[in-house]
Design a protein around this ligand. Sequence first.
Ligand code: NAD
Length: 541
Amino acid sequence: MIDSHAKVPFPTNEPVLDFAPGSPERAELKQALDAMASEEVEIPVVVKGEQRRAGEKVPVVMPHDHGHVLGYVHQASAQDVSDAIAASQEAAPAWRAMPFAERAAIFLRAAELLAGRHRAQINAACMLGQSKTCYQSEIDAVCELVDFWRYNVAFAEEIYQEQPESAPGIWNRTDHRPLEGFVFAVTPFNFLSIALNIPTAPALMGNSVLWKPANTSALGAWYGYELLREAGLPDGVISFLPGEGPVQGDAALASEHLAGLHFTGSTKTFRTLYKGIAQNLEHYRSIPRVVGETGGKDFIVAHPSADAASLATAIVRGAFEYQGQKCSAASRAYIPKSLWPSVRDDVLARTAELRVGDVRDFGNFMGAVIDKRAFDKIDGYFKLAQETAKVLTKGAPDDSKGYFIPPTVVQVDDPAHRLMKEEIFGPMISVYVYDDAKFDEVLELTDTSTPYGLTGAIFARDRAAIVKAMEKLRFAAGNFYINDKPTGAVVGQQPFGGGRASGTNDKAGSASNLLRWLSPRSIKETLVPPRDHGYPFLAKE
Ligand code: NAD
């Protein structure tokens, strides 16, 4: 055993490649896309290193060409989950006994593999399986994930170094133990970086994990999982259990060994899981840690002093990139009457130029929404907008080849309209135009119109207006932007997460998140213990 304390590499954000015509990364990515589109992958369940392909399987398709099957993903059964729990308990002692530097090395190696020879493969899987443009895929599946792995290692090192004071003759220490039991990691379709961070953050801290990725991101999740195995992740530390959710969820929540839930997805699913845990509470060996980052109804509020061009840019990028399927996507905007005509014309002109289609055509700004269920839900909101508000953009949803929804700007007269309150999770932004003199009332509306509290932005040049918005909207967003779109948080720079119905706000990619996966033990050692039980005050005067 090496006694020296290893200093971990200083983390920096992974540079984003731009895939400009003629660049080597563009050529490599196109090749990877062609290769992946021409094969069908059988994605297994993985328990204790064993790949299982015996059970039910569902097709994995391209959302922008839903007739094109990329492969099949096997669905984890209750028995698979139960075997994975046993495997996690078996793997736990050796994993948590492994020195931090050795665990960290696995994730640092994974980061290098991803930034290097696996880059094109993961980008191709994310583009084809989740319908991201090359840029949207690059900032998610590569850069953010590399950042998570590098920064988490650095944050973990800081945590492990934290030790208490010691009084004379006493040595106090903290033993940063992992949780006793397994962590159930449940991940959404929309970000591969999140899908892989959710299981690996607790694993880095010495926990064993059951990972249930979404079927709709199974292709990228599978390549990411294989990369972790290549980086040296031991058998049983993270099991791979794809499926729709309820079968795997019920089996995991029923186990007495459940020590934590690490979730990202919708508020509804999180509440179901939280309630499930509450119902089983007395059966668990410990009180499970519950961490969940969930939905949002993210806002842009403009003050009359806002710069119109930057506001229009933020609306277009914030609302339409990745088809509005970011938890942070701008989905409601409050614009003053004086600015509206110029902002509206600018936004509509820019939106008319956005091309929507197959992400393999690099001229497209947007791809398709993830699946039929998402398409139908967004289409429902589109029809609601047509019937009850003013749709300002052209085009209509069309799922004949892919699940395409055009970028849509809606103007509402009623700030309490459903379109201003509910999470749509598609490329639609609703705008309420207010009297310039009513900025204070609009801040109140922004704060109280929805149950969420994830992201939001204020656009203003007047500093007093910015200060007022920051104060009034203090609890309306866990990530607050001044003169910037409400999307695009960077690991190590803007730790991400929101409060209210948007989650437990444990900030993915930060030390606060990693702390949730530890159960510290305080150790006091008295170097020369007393040998007499008496105290001086007992002595006779
Ligand atoms: P979802 O809630 O439908 O699914 C999330 C995951 O939960 C999936 O893996 C799904 O299979 C699983 N699941 C569903 N029912 C389950 C059950 N009973 N037991 C166990 N697992 C179950 O969400 P989604 O559509 O994949 O993702 C979109 C949602 O995620 C949006 O609401 C978005 O705002 C949110 N999101 C939030 C953040 C954040 O950081 N706040 C980030 C990304 C996405």
